[in-house]
Design a protein around this ligand. Structure first.
Ligand SMILES: Cc1ncc(COP(=O)(O)O)c(C=O)c1O
Length: 364
């Protein structure tokens, strides 16, 4: 359980400043929320302003335009796509579809799987990921999933940034297909991940595979909310029955096609990631921190052994960083971490350099 003083998502600087007795106007660089620092694309605010007139109408029934755009982008049929109000709604729809069943989830992982499972009365088993690598091997996954009717995986995993290999997921799908186990893979950060093999080709072979996606992260639109599910048409139809009508607002739904057509923004983001991700991994290691080998746009870190021996733990480091104006993501409330680690999101080049300088000062 999250202790009441610690907010259970990133951001929420106000609550944390108050907790540490800092004034509300204390300026912070927020590295606690995992969002693309390059977005939203510049044209989005003007585009939205031009379409405010559309708020007088209901959104398009079944979101055909957005679903066709996503299907074309992913090489799938539009019947295999469900548009959702962010990746979060996709998680809750997947849980609703499997209400009352036995589920397995990674630990540590994104807390909304457990919340969605509790809301829909699923019984949870944990698949533990162990420090310091938090790697998941095939034998552990298959063993822990043996009893589950639905397995929730996060790829790359939040908060560790580790990537379950495609061959391990294939092994799980192959081993569990006959007994009808559903495999839900949340790929909210897959567009900001290095070296990830696509799982979409597996959808035609494994009707038990359900992929959840967020467009909120990549396009930096957490306030607008956009996500989608990719699965067999039968599963999409079943999930849609749990979705409230007009769940995705008109503006968000209309925005899908132009977002996916903005190749310049996608290319710019991928170029940033390819440079800044490995640079930051090496630089964080060079500071003497323990750094989990992340493949994506955030890193799970803690003071290294020598730093811990000097009495510097993650709680101290969190506070020192906040005092110098850097808001890290605490890990209270993540099962298996309990505050022992901190999560740091990648920023643009200048922001990353400021983060390294701040860390350097706070680790002394
Ligand atoms: C792993 C994971 N899945 C889904 C979500 C929710 O994404 P969205 O903001 O699109 O609802 C988050 C948000 O932090 C996340 O970390």
């Amino acid at each position: 359980m999250t202790s009441p003083e610690w907010p259970n998502h990133g951001g929420q600087a106000d609550a944390l400043l108050e907790r540490f007795g800092l004034p509300g106007d204390h300026v912070v660089d927020d590295v606690s929320a995992n969002l693309n620092p390059l977005g939203p694309p510049e044209w989005v605010s003007g585009w939205l302003a031009d379409r405010l007139g559309g708020l007088g109408h209901y959104p398009e029934p079944s979101y055909a335009t957005a679903r066709h755009a996503i299907a074309a982008h992913q090489g799938l049929h539009p019947d295999q796509v469900l548009l959702t109000n962010g990746g979060a709604e996709a998680i809750f729809l997947a849980a609703a579809h499997h209400a009352g069943k036995r589920a397995a989830v990674l630990a540590p992982s994104f807390g909304e799987y457990a919340r969605a499972c509790a809301a829909h009365r699923l019984q949870l088993t944990e698949i533990p990921l162990c420090a310091p690598s938090f790697a998941l091997d095939q034998a552990t996954l298959l063993g822990r999933a043996a009893d589950a009717e639905v397995v929730f995986l996060c790829r790359p995993n939040n908060p560790t940034g580790t990537l379950i290999e495609s061959r391990v997921i294939q092994a799980l799908l192959a081993a569990t297909l006959a007994r009808g186990t559903q495999v839900v893979v949340d790929e909210a950060f897959i567009d900001m991940t290095l070296g990830a093999e696509a799982l979409t080709p597996l959808l035609s072979r494994y009707p038990s595979l359900i992929l959840l996606r967020s467009m909120t992260k990549f396009y930096t639109l957490p306030g607008l909310r956009l996500g989608y599910v990719l699965a067999s048409s039968a599963v999409i139809e079943a999930l849609a029955r749990h979705q409230p009508p007009w769940s995705v607002n008109h503006l968000a739904a209309e925005l899908v096609k132009p977002l996916l057509e903005d190749h310049a923004f996608a290319d710019h983001t991928h170029a940033w990631l390819a440079t800044e991700q490995p640079r930051m991994y090496q630089a964080l290691l060079a500071l003497g921190l323990d750094v989990v080998p992340s493949t994506t746009c955030f890193f799970l870190v803690r003071p290294g052994e020598a730093q811990r021996r000097r009495g510097l733990d993650s709680a101290r480091l969190f506070e020192r960083l906040l005092r110098v104006g850097i808001l890290a993501r605490h890990t209270h409330g993540f099962v298996g971490l309990e505050g022992e680690w901190l999560r740091l999101a990648l920023r643009d080049e200048a922001g990353n350099t400021r983060l390294l300088e701040g860390l350097h000062d706070c680790l002394r």
